[in-house]
Design a protein. Structure first.
Lengths: 219, 219
DNA sequence: TTTTAATGACTATCCAGTCAGTCATTAGTG
DNA sequence: CACTAATGACTGACTGGATAGTCATTAAAA
């Protein structure tokens, strides 16, 4: 069961600069596969092509390693997303489409999608970390989404809706797809068709289910 | 850090009948708080007002206890939901509303909402359990949702949409809210307004974002 | 030759799972 | 009804295995 994958063939080479990132990458993989408690630091080290002692040269302990993985993986992404929204010119619908697809291609489809899973799983044991994630990622992510909705309403493009809970609801399908890959994808026959899923999702959200003719509520 | 909450004051009372349920309830609580690996069976036992040895009289080991918690918590709920949909008379929109609200009041708002969190967190360590959940809960849940969508399309009430991915996307906000409670609720100032959230979600899904006048795609 | 990155054997701790013994309950007896 | 014997639900100290974290030693680089 022990992982023996190794990243660098040469043992005992001195590579102070690149070790932290190699360890963080290996740690993300193992944490996502096994969860925090079940992850053995020896596995993380060997996956990074290094011994356990070396890991402790770069990270104080397991908990600090975990925190570093999360911070390192997530912060750049949210910053990138905020920048992208600020400079966008075009309809709110288009913006919504490209933000959703951007999240998917930068996070969802990569190993980074394991981080939300980690946070959710370990929120009970690391409330401090969950709070960090809540403040630094979720709040900012929701703000981005609310911004899109408000922009659409101001331009007369969107109906008048309650932006705050709607923004939240709109993150649901995106999160679901991230978690899906890690937890259930392997039981399905077909590969994940993320394209089709997100097209359906965006159509649903933009057009709604009810036919225009029936827009007035039924008796 | 050790939990000392006790459910029955009298030590050494013989209550063979009620022990399993008391243990399952305590185990659900602790598993949800801590995750599988970090849960100590001694905590589960003491929370059920019983010693660790007693726990082993009723459950073979930690893994079996975990499985029993999941099966015990989830199966009745999905069966109930299926029955409810079969007998419903009324518009698809109404059915959708009552199914979503039913899920929330039977699962989301209760401790049972911790089970999806458990499954997601432990899917790597218990693929067998994740598969059980996938087949017995998710597939059946998605089938229910697809049934509603197809019924709506047949009755001419809904647009023509791709039922399979749409059903999936529609479960996203529900799952999100369940996970939210357990992972982030405690960091918010206001209490969770589930009512408002689900109203916004259902409005979004039924009516869509775009204003009727702009139903034709923008240039 | 000196410095320090890297190693891996070692220790300390934690906890799942066991089992010999305890005692509340109840069936049996006078 | 009172008293005792038999039962089995319950207990908790103990063991074995696993692994987080340490540190004396090794060897690559400067």
């Amino acid at each position: 069961m022990t992982s023996t994958e190794v990243r660098s063939d040469q043992r005992r080479t001195r590579r102070k600069e690149s070790r932290p990132n190699e360890l963080l990458e290996a740690a993300l993989e193992v944490f996502v596969e096994r969860g925090f408690a079940a992850t053995r630091l020896e596995d993380v080290a060997s996956r990074a092509g290094v011994s356990k002692g070396t890991l402790y040269l770069y990270f104080k302990n397991k908990e600090e390693l975990f925190k570093a993985v999360v911070r390192n993986g997530i912060l750049p992404v949210i910053e990138k997303a905020e920048g992208l929204v600020g400079q966008f010119r075009g309809s709110a619908s288009e913006l919504l489409r490209s933000v959703v697809k951007g999240i998917w291609s930068n996070v969802g489809g990569t190993l980074l999608s394991g981080i939300p899973k980690l946070i959710i799983a370990e929120s009970g044991n690391f409330p401090e970390l969950a709070q960090f994630y809540y403040e630094e990622v979720i709040c900012r992510g929701l703000a981005v989404m609310q911004g899109i909705l408000r922009r659409g309403m101001q331009q007369g493009e969107f109906r008048t809706i309650d932006a705050e809970p709607t923004a939240r609801a709109m993150m649901g399908p995106v999160l679901l797809m991230m978690l899906w890959q890690h937890s259930f994808q392997s039981f399905e026959n077909e590969p994940l068709r993320a394209e089709r899923y997100f097209d359906s999702y965006l159509t649903l959200v933009l057009d709604g289910l009810q036919r225009p003719a029936l827009q007035e509520r039924l008796p």
